[in-house]
Design a binder for this molecule. Sequence first.
Ligand SMILES: Cc1ncc(COP(=O)(O)O)c(C=O)c1O
Length: 295
Amino acid sequence: MVKVSYEQKPFRREVMRTYGADVTPSPSMETQIGQKILAEFPGTTGSLGCAISEAVEKAVTSEGYRYVLGSVLNQVLLHQSVIGLETEAALKKYGIEPDIIVGCAGGGSNLGGLIAPFMRDKIKGKKNLRIVAVEPASCPSFTRGKFAYDFADTGKVCPLAKMYTLGSGFIPAPNHAGGLRYHGMSTILSQLYDDGLMEAVSVPQREVFEAATKFARTEGILPAPESAHAIKVAMDEAIKCRETGEKKVIVFGLTGTGYFDLVAYKKFNDGELDDYIPTDEDLAKGFAGLPDVNL
Ligand SMILES: Cc1ncc(COP(=O)(O)O)c(C=O)c1O
């Protein structure tokens, strides 16, 4: 488990332990790649890129083990397309067409799945809807990243993929509480974004938690901080409609519950959550580690 999540999300950790898992914060001293990362970045709070490297090493060095990535890759988007198909069926049942679809984007799997049938119709020219990816301002792969071949993991053991990326060495600031910390983005979504078929915005985390709080008080549902990124932008779009008087159907992906994230909610409620937006110099360090194939 990514070290910063291990510390910030103790309840997710305990669910895993309850089901019988041993949970180790990554980067760890238990793998060679973890040791190498810790030697290079002592005290790092980790990232999904580091955890992937360690998990792959553990899988390939343990008899009978396999590793499957839970985000980013095409098969994950394919699984999540069930959500898109169900959304399409539900909208059809109510006889409504979406004008805007909004989803949070970490590695891009929930968004890729949610938009799949709608993007199909958009590409075929049957629908003219807007699709908006929302990412954290502290890890802005789409909005400030480069469309380049890069490693899927910090230890550089995975194959290269062409994607919007901040560089596999990019590690978001530890004060970021809202997940969506991956340095890159699904290759399918990256191509769609590069082709102008979808938009992306980045949002600072305090505004995300403000939206989450408003949503909880209005709907009675406590959203995961990741989902609250989509909620924030769905609300912004609704406010624009209120101001212009336009009527629009806005669909957003509510990807998870916030009950495992109450440490982050506590920090927000206590005024201890701040925003960190990387500078261009911070991002340049990540880009400097992009593989030479891009030259
Ligand atoms: C609740 C929740 N929603 C969304 C995401 C984002 O992942 P992806 O972009 O792959 O859908 C995460 C990632 O950890 C998550 O925990």
